[in-house]
Design a protein around this ligand. Structure first.
Ligand SMILES: NC(=O)C1=CN([C@@H]2O[C@H](COP(=O)(O)OP(=O)(O)OC[C@H]3O[C@@H](n4cnc5c(N)ncnc54)[C@H](OP(=O)(O)O)[C@@H]3O)[C@@H](O)[C@H]2O)C=CC1
Ligand SMILES: N[C@@H](CC=O)C(=O)O
Ligand code: NA
Length: 431
């Protein structure tokens, strides 16, 4: 008879439910692949009386993490409960007791990944966290294994399903922001506190993890420059469309000779670019390697079953490692030195939307201001504005440094003919 591996599941919400469904529904496939039967021995929840989307024996449910941590028959802790504390303490305790860990928790891994991974290495335990970035896309595995022979120079992607769902609904259906957010929550895409989705923090956590693994250097969360989607308006989307772009919340990480920049911000991408057609909850990550060139990974970034596939596949790897007796040996700690790029070293294209006085010489003044800041313009559009005697000017720049762009914004704000700077976004993906 095959051996049984017992797991302690922490969390039975959207992802936890998918994990139970996959382990139960795919048990025979899992046994064939691993030679081991995976058994859910205990499930930690907050409220055991809550109605659940699946039937689980009441005896399996507990509100006491000790029932998992103190049980020597439990080999692996699968954490899909979220939050930083007490989750961090639970996982550290699990590792101290020699239990392997699979987690979907990017908040925790982005902030305390170093601590968790070094304890795991010390204890000879596995820690896998594929579900934490881009849900069902096996992107962490690709970075760590698939590109181990290459040097990655840039990672660019849509890594938050909730905001991509909202922006898609606003772009394609003219939907209202709040309504689209509510739908994403109902579908189980959003975080418990959806402000971390809409303010870009969830994507920033994922970009810190991607950049750390991709560039093999430790990238801290506070090194990611973050702007969310709250200020993106229907007008921004309409003007972007008019100029041939879509607005996406893009994570961008780039490195050149140890100089890195990582950001998350609403970004215009040309409609012909593959990222422009990544809609709804789908995620996509572009990986540029010195040797491989350009590759793109695409798939569902959130939701019950897609996310659960990543969790259960990690579990399969842990079980295979247990059989081979090689747990904790495959991890490579980040080792490359790095420095952050300065604003003089960061170069991008920008889209700006201004409300100006509609009178002779205004456009000339504005284009002169950009020339004075050493920024050349790629597109200029003037449209009537609803206020009498005012016009809107929409500009797309050629590549310019962030420093020049900031200087242009400061000078525009001080210019007598400029009434308001409505928006300024980065533009990516032009040839
Ligand atoms: N939803 C998604 O699409 C994705 C989620 N993730 C990550 O997966 C994790 C789980 O997300 P999701 O399933 O959406 O979250 P849910 O809010 O749907 O579920 C959380 C579960 O954890 C339990 N729980 C939470 N806090 C505690 C606690 N202190 N003690 C005991 N039980 C607790 C809850 O219990 P109870 O049911 O009793 O309330 C619930 O079962 C998060 O880290 C999230 O970031 C990653 C990728 C995609
Ligand atoms: N809230 C997240 C869930 C997956 O990580 C998202 O919307 O992408
Ligand atoms: Na993933």
């Amino acid at each position: 008879m095959e051996r049984t591996v017992n797991i302690g599941l922490m969390g039975l919400g959207t992802v936890g439910t998918g994990v139970v469904r996959l382990i139960e529904g795919h048990q025979e496939d899992l046994v064939h692949q691993t030679g081991v039967r995976i058994r859910i021995a205990r499930i930690l929840v907050r409220d055991p009386e809550k109605p659940r989307a699946i039937r689980v024996s009441r005896d399996l449910l507990t509100t006491d993490a000790r029932d998992i941590l103190d049980d020597p028959s439990i080999d692996v802790v699968v954490e899909v409960m979220g939050h930083i504390e007490p989750t961090r303490q639970y996982l550290l305790e699990a590792l101290r007791r020699g239990k392997h860990v699979v987690t979907a928790n990017k908040d925790l891994m982005a902030l305390h990944g170093g601590e968790i991974l070094s304890l795991a290495a010390e204890r000879g335990c596995d820690v896998f966290y594929e579900a934490s970035v881009a849900g069902g896309i096996p992107i962490l595995r690709a970075l760590v294994e698939g590109f181990s022979s290459d040097r990655i120079t840039k990672l660019m992607g849509i890594v938050n399903g909730t905001t991509n769902y909202i922006l898609t609904k606003m772009t394609r259906e003219g939907a209202d922001y709040a309504e689209a957010l509510q739908e994403a929550q109902k579908l189980g895409y959003a975080e418990a506190d959806p402000t971390s989705d809409v303010d870009g923090l969830d994507a920033a956590r994922k970009m810190a993890i991607l950049a750390t693994l991709g560039f093999r250097t430790e990238v801290q969360l506070d090194e990611v420059d973050v702007t969310g989607i709250r200020k993106v308006t229907a007008e921004d989307i309409a003007y972007a469309k008019k100029l041939g772009y879509e607005i996406k919340l893009l994570g961008i990480a780039a490195q050149e000779d140890g100089l890195i920049e990582v950001s998350v911000e609403p970004t215009l991408v040309p409609q012909r670019h593959p990222l422009a057609s990544v809609d709804g909850v789908m995620n996509a990550v572009y990986v540029y390697g010195e040797a491989v060139g350009e590759t793109m990974f695409y798939g569902p970034g959130a939701g019950e079953l897609p996310t659960a596939t990543a969790v259960v596949s990690d579990l399969v790897t842990v079980v295979k490692n247990m059989k081979l007796g090689v747990n904790g040996r495959g991890m490579v700690a980040p080792y490359r030195p790095k420095a952050l790029k300065t604003p003089e070293q960061m170069v991008a294209q920008y889209f700006l939307r201004l409300v100006v006085d509609d009178r002779t010489g205004v456009l000339a003044k504005i284009t002169q201001l950009f020339a004075d800041c050493d920024i050349s313009l790629s597109q200029v559009l003037q449209e009537p504005f609803k206020g009498a005697g005012q016009a809107e000017i929409i500009l797309v720049t050629h590549h310019a440094t962030k420093k020049s762009k900031d200087e242009a914004l400061a000078r525009l704000a001080a210019l007598d003919v400029v009434r308001e700077i409505k928006s300024c976004y980065r533009v990516e993906g032009e040839d």
